[in-house]
Design a protein around this ligand. Structure first.
Ligand code: PMP
Length: 285
């Protein structure tokens, strides 16, 4: 995983260099994506490229690559890094201007484009056997969480607060409602149905979220997209976090609260099983 890609060139990650005047460095003025790779093949790549397009559009940054160029760059990066299971990270920033100025630079300034890959680490075995632990953290992020922006300070602080509390992920809450994790979408299971907060400016529209909702349709499981009051923690049977690199993660403890019977639940079992069949099938066709 030592090969990276910077502004059109493949190079050793250790040799990649970016200017300190880059607006990604100075302002967090950039957009990113993370795509999982199974058996050398990207999973849901088109959905990730759609979301990239959306994020870029919302911050008025033009996409420097065509769809075909993104696809072929990612395929080559994955191959150069040995195929198998990986996660590919890529980001675009508004580029390195000649001075530090908040306002957008000349639209002709070349954006900085970077990609790298890392091994797709399997989830710790205790998540499947005992469930993961979450820690409630107030959501102090900005009001455009639907944009996948590189400025992740509030997410990083939430994740660290969770670690400091001995938990695996932060469960963000705001105005009495459960929102999402620091880098994962939230699902609850109640009376056999899935519940998840609706898309909108307060959450990232997760690709795995869409995959799980489609799975529910196929499995005949009802899905309700609605705001989730914090009191739902006491009444729900299961709580999951989902993301492209972690798939479906069952959570059985939220601070002092035990979720359901304190074990990863049967609905999680069924969905995670079906999802892992699909990641392999889709990626090998
Ligand atoms: N919410 C946030 C804040 C995230 O950073 C992520 C992961 N990028 C997700 C949700 C999950 O999104 P996805 O399923 O597309 O990985």
């Amino acid at each position: 995983h030592e090969t990276a890609w910077l502004n059109g060139e493949f190079l050793p990650l250790q040799e990649a260099r970016i200017s300190p005047l880059d607006r990604g460095f100075l302002f967090g003025d950039g957009i990113y994506e993370v795509v999982p790779i199974y058996d050398g093949q990207p999973f849901e790549l088109e959905a990730h490229l759609d979301r990239l397009e959306y994020s870029l559009g919302e911050i008025r940054l033009r996409n420097p690559l065509s769809r075909a160029q993104w696809r072929s760059m990612i395929a080559e990066l994955v191959e150069r890094n040995g195929g198998g299971d990986q996660t590919v990270y890529f980001q675009i920033t508004r580029g390195a201007d000649s001075q530090r100025d908040h306002g957008f630079p000349d639209p002709d300034l070349a954006p900085t484009c970077f990609a790298m890959s890392s091994p797709l680490a399997p989830a710790p075995a205790r998540f499947a056997s005992d469930g993961a632990r979450a820690h409630l953290v107030e959501d102090i992020r900005w009001r455009r969480c639907d944009i996948k922006a590189t400025g992740l300070l509030a997410n990083a602080m939430a994740k660290q607060a969770a670690r400091d509390a001995g938990a695996d992920e932060a469960l963000l809450h705001r105005d009495g409602q459960l929102i999402e994790g620091s880098s994962m979408t939230l699902f609850l299971v109640e009376n056999g149905a899935l519940l998840t907060p609706p898309k909108g400016p307060s959450i990232l529209p997760g690709i795995t979220r869409d995959v799980v909702i489609n799975l529910a349709r196929d499995l005949g499981v009802a899905v309700e997209e609605a705001p989730l009051a914090m009191t739902r923690l006491q009444s729900c049977d299961e709580l999951w976090f989902t993301s492209s690199s972690r798939e479906i993660m069952p959570v059985t403890q939220v601070d002092g609260i035990t979720i359901g019977d304190g074990r990863p639940g049967p609905v999680w079992q069924r969905f995670q099983q079906t999802l892992s069949e699909r990641t392999r099938v889709q990626s090998s066709t």
